[in-house]
Design a protein around this ligand. Sequence first.
Ligand code: ZN
Length: 160
Amino acid sequence: MQIDDHAVVTFHYTLTDDSGRVLDSSVGNDPLTYLQGSGQIVPGLERQMAGHVAGDKFDATVAPEEAYGVTDPGLVHVISRAQLQGVDDLEVGMQFQAEGGRHATTVTISKIEGDQVTVDANHPLAGATLHFAIEVTDVRAATAEELSHGHVHGAGGHHH
Ligand code: ZN
């Protein structure tokens, strides 16, 4: 069957950035299984999965707007080293959890200049164009129960 909004899809992916650097890959691990139309994968990839069948291999390029969003300058803050007491050996690229609002957000140190530390609470992939190499390994019809729960059951699923 073709991938539509009632399909449970299993696929392998390799994600690279604009320079071809591999950011993430399922190859060599278990493939990913999701319910098409439920927003479990980035919107731009979900849209490009539609219509494919098991066995298809294709490349999907996804703009930031349809992936992890554009970079929000309002989420970048310069703080003093003293505000990061308890964090040893501060380095650019270091990530830590910051409490804020209802959710803990992941914050990345993007610059250190003397006592000034720039922290960025954007998603690490905000602003990035994503390049996926996709191999669809299985497509099946979702059960009525899966559709009502909005997620996949069984192998690769959430429960049962
Ligand atoms: Zn369920």
